[in-house]
Ligand binder design. Sequence first.
Ligand SMILES: [Zn+2]
Length: 76
Amino acid sequence: MKCLICKHGETQLGDTTVTLEKNGSIIVIKHVPAHVCDNCGEKYVDSEISAELLKKGQEIINNGVEVDIREFQSVA
Ligand SMILES: [Zn+2]
C-alpha cells in the first residue's frame, strides 16, 4: 500500500518492535509483522495484530510483570 505519512513510499513486508506501556509496566514485543515504508521507514501493524498484542500485553501485565521482552512468535 501507499505510505500515509510521506505519501510517496510503498510499504513492504517487514517487522517492527512494539512497546506497550501501562500502569508503569513496559512490555516489549519484538519481530512483530508490519508493513514498512521503503521511503520514510514508517511502520504499519495490522489492526488485528495490534489488538492481539494489546490483549496479550494486558495479560502479561496482569501477572505483575514490570518489564518483559518477548518474541512475537511466543505471544501470538
Ligand atoms: Zn513513507
